[in-house]
Ligand binder design. Structure first.
Ligand code: GLP
Length: 252
């Protein structure tokens, strides 16, 4: 596991964007796994700027998102599809038919989960996966206690996740209580994973990942210790609490 410490969120976003830019430049038909939430917004903004300065080859790029809220249509301004179209796909000019996100507004949710897993397999799997992390250590929407063996599935959101994500909705009552998420098993199949975390609220989850030797379903993010190709990008505010471990993890 490689740990990169940046001075602040802006630098973290720039370095993450540069990494994604380099992957796409080298491998035009990349399958890129994308995340939502506030954390990757800076990465996306920087990537758009890099693309405008020096055009990326996007004709063969495919993107696969981690998750979507159950019950929201793609047109809902609170859906992850809407978020991705607005913040990423439209500004970069990626044709929407090259972008995949589970549908949360279908009648048969399990069929949708299976369809999504097949889709990822049919395209040869995810090459590069971007991840944020929840305050409780969730990745995608894999809440504490989720089995590491699961592929795409329906989850009940934890009260702390609903609380944390309420900032994106008019009120807490409007946050959906369920979501479809790629499972830990799906995420672990990605060839290279970048985990981005910024701000003290994420310190505990990053401590569990870097400072504890335990891999536990109670802290889903800890599963990344078992992946051969992970880059963890954190800013100073988090690094202070895991400083003694940063050098050690970099050597592994
Ligand atoms: C949501 C998303 C996760 C994301 C997390 C953290 O729950 N499903 O993929 O990592 O939020 O969000 P933020 O970056 O806003 O803290």
């Amino acid at each position: 596991m490689k740990v990169i410490v940046t001075s602040d969120y802006e630098q973290l976003s720039q370095q993450a964007a540069r990494a994604v830019y380099n992957h796409i430049s080298k491998h035009h038909s990349l399958n890129l796994g994308l995340a939502t939430g506030s954390t990757p917004l800076g990465l996306y903004k920087e990537l758009i700027q890099l693309h405008h300065a020096n055009r990326l080859p996007l004709a063969d790029l495919k993107t696969f998102n981690l998750d979507e809220y159950v019950g929201l249509s793609p047109q809902s301004p609170y859906s992850y599809r809407y978020y991705m179209n607005t913040h990423v796909f439209e500004p970069l000019g990626i044709p929407l038919e090259q972008t995949y996100i589970p549908r949360g507004d279908v009648g048969h949710l399990q069929q949708e989960c299976d369809r999504y897993d097949r889709l990822i397999q049919q395209h040869g799997g995810i090459d590069v996966q971007i991840l944020g992390v929840g305050v409780n250590g969730h990745i995608g929407f894999n809440e504490p206690g989720t089995s590491f063996n699961q592929h795409t599935h329906v989850v009940q959101l934890a009260p702390s996740t609903i609380e944390a994500n309420a900032k994106h909705f008019p009120s807490k009552d409007e946050v959906p209580t369920q979501a479809i998420t790629m499972g830990i098993a799906s995420i672990m199949q990605a060839k290279h994973i970048y985990l981005l975390a910024s701000g003290e609220k994420k310190a505990k989850a990053i401590q569990e990942l870097l400072s504890s030797d335990v891999v536990t379903e109670q802290w889903p993010v800890t599963v990344l210790r078992e992946h051969p190709q992970v880059t963890v990008m954190i800013d100073e505010s988090i690094a202070q609490s895991v400083q003694d471990k940063v050098g050690v993890m970099n050597d592994r």
